[in-house]
Design a protein around this ligand. Structure first.
Ligand code: NAP
Length: 259
């Protein structure tokens, strides 16, 4: 399917690895020029070069921590006038509900709620003025059903979801389409570190933890960054103009819901 976005420009934040990289790759495959960022320069430059070589698109790599205002300003300078925004950042650490201090909550809110909101506030007005835009926020299945060890994620991402629910409906008339994409368990570095946490808590090996977590998913496996990226690219496509303010769960059936 032609996604109809060849020649458009996108910012994908936190995109040197994992799901962000999957989204950047699928957009590049659709002919979209990219601005990508991450904190680690080496992986970021390697990803940028790989995307340029594989798809022949322009890729600007900005080394930045998206939770820091000054770094975000440099990313936004490189991304001025983009048509597509995919927001992403690292996830908060696991723990139990009464483990966290005010400082821990502020960090999670900064990374997983206030940073994507700041990106939208900076870039959506230009999209609305030009009459076309797409935003996908990478959130988590934790907004549909809480994950017991990820209370910081449950909290911060639900706040972002509320912001998007209201905002998406206010800018849809100007051609700006905002949705959230909710990963379940996908095979990335983040999943490996959560496997290790589960292994430690249960006194089993990380491989046993992975097998147990995969067995809990109706699809019988972890998702891939590539299939996540393909769904993201569709939500950024010309065909997604009537999908407004939705939370698309991509979890292999793991969240046991009727609706
Ligand atoms: P990942 O494999 O650990 O990759 C994270 C990417 O984000 C890396 O490129 C990392 O590069 C970059 N990054 C992290 N913090 C950043 C920051 N402050 N500023 C700029 N770049 C940053 O993680 P993932 O699995 O792709 O997960 C992406 C998001 O989806 C996370 O928020 C995660 O919690 C959420 N999620 C993932 C899953 C899953 O199963 N994978 C499930 C539910 C939710 P640097 O470290 O070099 O900055």
């Amino acid at each position: 399917m032609d996604l109809g976005i060849r020649g458009r420009r996108a910012l994908v934040s936190a995109a040197s690895k994992g799901l962000g990289r999957g989204c950047a790759g699928a957009l590049a495959a659709a002919g979209v020029d990219l601005v990508i960022c991450a904190r680690g320069a080496e992986a970021l430059e390697a990803t940028a070069e790989d995307l340029r070589r594989s798809y022949g698109v322009k890729v600007t790599a900005v080394q930045a921590d998206v939770t820091l205002e000054a770094d975000r300003a440099r990313v936004l300078e490189a991304a001025a006038g983009v048509d597509i925004l995919v927001t992403n950042a690292g996830g908060p650490p696991p723990g139990l509900w009464n483990d966290w201090s005010r400082e821990d909550f502020l960090k999670a809110l900064d990374a997983n709620m206030l940073t994507p909101i700041a990106f939208m506030q900076a870039l959506v007005p230009g999209m609305a003025q030009r009459g076309w835009g797409r935003v996908v926020n990478i959130t988590s299945a934790s907004v549909r059903a809480p994950i017991d060890v990820l209370g910081l994620s449950n909290t911060a991402r639900t706040g972002l979801t509320g912001f998007v629910a209201g905002t998406a409906r206010q800018v849809a008339r100007q051609g700006v389409v905002i949705n959230n994409l909710l990963p379940g368990i996908h095979a990335t570095d983040r999943a490996v570190s959560l496997d290790q946490g589960a292994a430690k808590a249960r006194g089993i090996t990380p491989e046993e933890a992975r097998q147990a977590r995969a067995a809990s998913i109706p699809a019988g496996r972890y998702g891939t960054a590539e299939e996540f990226g393909a769904t993201c690219a569709f939500l950024c496509s010309e065909h997604a103009g009537f999908i407004i303010g939705q939370n698309i769960l991509l979890d292999g059936g793991a969240t046991n819901l009727t609706l």
